[in-house]
Write a new protein. Structure first.
Length: 542
């Protein structure tokens, strides 16, 4: 069955920005027009998204980035995720009644890890960009000061967050209008956020991790019984990382290594490589079944092993080996669902915005930024205009688990950017800078959209429009949400095979993530971009 794209693919040669909010995409375009490169434009877009979509992202969250340097033909990565406070321990949580048999409440002050995004923005610009952080942040400052009309889906998320998060925050009114969430089309100004941006623009990282902003963060957390200190903030730093990758049919697919869950997508691609998926109808029960089963196996591994590699010994090389992939593929039953998959033994003895930018020179930046659950905790440090993330909710309270909470440790992270290269006449060539945001949907989205591009030769927009599945809780045995557009007969077939299926339509489709794709022709330099119809955004080209 042919699935028709709802939007046209966007083409250009002078640079392209694709993200979930048009005004944020324009911020990136302005930076490209001012002489900035893909890294500069990506950070400008991320900062503008903090203003226009604080329901998902911001300075109080974390970020990750992949950067393709066209001249060097290389892919580099930044892990800009934060760590648990040095004073937060399992013992202290146990005294409060939180043990391995329980979970921290979703918006607890104890789920706040050090915000890594701001350091990530500055480091991305300084390491890969051409402009200053002051120039890069100016579009976001203008939006926050002058105001902007709120987009429809963002307004819907804002209304929900106002009820369950901001309404319970002492300073949540900084992100509301007369105590209410802004409505679609309503002009929104966030002057306190603009002031925080100005401090970063003037002083760089110290404008956030020291001084008034840092004191406001520590003050509100302390008032609510948390343990973060000024020292936790001052000591924070990003980590420059070598990306991990697997080769799928001549295409090198890159992810950030753990503590991110990108390895989940790579494990699944290794499992799927020998199934000849290019010969399957991507709109068939057989195709969806094989992909779902591969993701079950991959999640069984990643939810067991993904943690902070600076603290835990994670068998990354073994998990990504072709031999291990083949051994896991043997467990995949093409006729029935196996919802009780367990992790293998690879040793030889874990709500968001994603954006993609490719500049006119061919450099690319795949960038993702998140508060985790919408507004995160919803806790707003006084006078700052941003919320603090609840990423620590992903920690396990089991001291024996790889991802157990420890002081100064990074938790299992759901947000992941991706990138694909091929080998051309002049060496490594950018094939696509892409990603799909949305909690545990992200590696599933990377696999589904990536296969649409590689195996089924879809355009970027078609690849994003195609209906998706989502194992809803990111576990091997989770319920499979199936998107509107998948025929009922296919849903019924998957149910007969043993999958616990759940049809999803309307606004519920947000569960399937919001992706962006930019491809580049290595000969002509033409850029082809798509933006997910499940969000308010678009791709804009020069």
């Amino acid at each position: 069955m042919k699935f028709n794209s709802y939007r046209s693919t966007v083409y250009g040669t002078g640079g392209t920005v694709a993200t979930s909010q048009p005004l944020a995409a324009m911020a990136g375009i302005k930076i490209l027009q001012q002489g900035g490169n893909a890294a500069d434009a990506a950070v400008a877009t991320a900062a503008a998204l903090n203003v226009t979509e604080p329901t998902s992202t911001g300075m109080g969250g974390d970020a990750f980035a992949l950067f393709f340097n066209q001249q060097q033909r290389s892919v580099k990565g930044i892990n800009a995720s934060g760590r648990a406070p040095a004073g937060l321990t399992l013992e202290k949580l146990a005294e409060k009644g939180y043990t391995k048999e329980t979970h921290l409440p979703r918006f607890s002050v104890h789920t706040i890890t050090v915000p890594g995004a701001t350091a990530g923005w500055v480091d991305t610009v300084e390491e890969f960009g051409r402009l200053s952080i002051k120039e890069v942040l100016q579009p976001a400052i203008n939006l926050a000061e002058n105001g902007y009309p709120v987009a429809p889906l963002t307004a819907r998320s804002w209304q929900r967050g106002a009820k369950i998060q901001l309404g319970n925050s002492p300073n949540g009114g900084e992100l509301l209008i007369d105590g209410e969430a802004p409505k679609a089309g309503q002009l929104m100004k966030i002057p306190t956020m603009a002031n925080t941006f100005k401090k970063i623009a003037e002083h760089g990282k110290s404008g956030f991790y020291e001084g008034e902003v840092a004191e406001a963060i520590v003050s509100i957390i302390g008032e609510m019984g948390g343990y973060m200190t000024l020292d936790d903030l001052k000591k924070h730093e990003s980590t420059f990382v070598e990306p991990i990758s697997v080769n799928y049919k001549g295409h090198e697919v890159y992810e950030i290594p753990p503590n991110g869950q990108g390895i989940t997508a790579l494990i699944a691609l290794n499992i799927l490589e020998d199934f000849g998926l290019e010969d399957y109808d991507p709109h068939s029960a057989d195709y969806y079944h094989i992909l779902i089963e591969a993701m079950r196996l991959a999640f069984a591994d990643s939810r067991t092993y993904v943690a902070d590699p600076a603290i835990e010994d994670i068998p990354i090389e073994e998990l990504l080996s072709k031999e291990y992939g083949k051994s896991r593929a043997k467990l995949l039953d093409t006729n029935r669902a196996t919802v009780d998959q367990v992790a293998g033994s690879p040793r030889k003895q874990s709500n968001t915005v994603y954006l993609s930018v490719v500049d006119g020179d061919g450099n690319a930046c795949s960038f993702i930024n998140s508060n985790y659950m919408g507004f995160g905790t919803g806790i707003v440090p006084k006078g700052t205009g941003f919320t603090l993330q609840n990423r620590g909710h992903n920690f396990s309270l089991d001291p024996e688990h790889y991802n157990s909470l420890k002081p100064g440790k990074r938790p299992y992270h759901t947000i992941i950017p991706s990138m694909i290269t091929t080998i051309g006449d002049h060496g490594k060539e950018l094939y696509a800078s892409y990603g799909v945001m949305g909690g545990f949907m992200q590696p599933q989205g990377h696999v589904q959209v990536g296969l649409n591009l590689i195996d089924h030769k879809m355009t970027p927009q078609q690849a994003l429009d195609y209906p998706r599945f989502c194992i809803t809780d990111g576990t091997a045995g989770g319920t499979v949400a199936l998107e509107e557009g998948i025929p009922v007969k296919i849903m019924a077939d998957l149910a007969r095979r043993g999958h616990p299926v759940q049809p999803v339509s309307g606004y519920g489709r947000a569960i399937f993530g919001r992706g962006q794709v930019i491809k580049r022709d290595p000969v002509s330099g033409v850029l082809a971009a798509g933006s997910d119809p499940r969000a308010d955004g678009m791709a804009i080209a020069l």
